[in-house]
Design a protein around this ligand. Structure first.
Ligand SMILES: [Zn+2]
Length: 65
């Protein structure tokens, strides 16, 4: 019996390096904030870095009730 990997369930772990939709530049420690539904094609995901989350009171998607 193998131990389950729960890295994706650790909400305090930074999600890594990528595009911050708020200050519009690459940054580390991104969290998924929201998903914009679109009529056609895949939705667009919005990520924000820690400074932008604190500045805009953004709640990560996974941390919402
Ligand atoms: Zn940012």
């Amino acid at each position: 019996m193998q131990e389950a990997i729960q890295a994706q369930e650790d909400e305090d772990t930074p999600q890594g390096y990528g595009w911050c939709s708020w200050h519009e530049d690459y940054s580390g420690g991104l969290r998924l904030i929201g998903i914009e539904e679109q009529g056609t094609g895949p939705g667009r995901n919005y990520f924000a870095c820690k400074p932008c989350r604190e500045a805009n009171n953004l709640v990560p998607f996974a941390d919402r009730p």
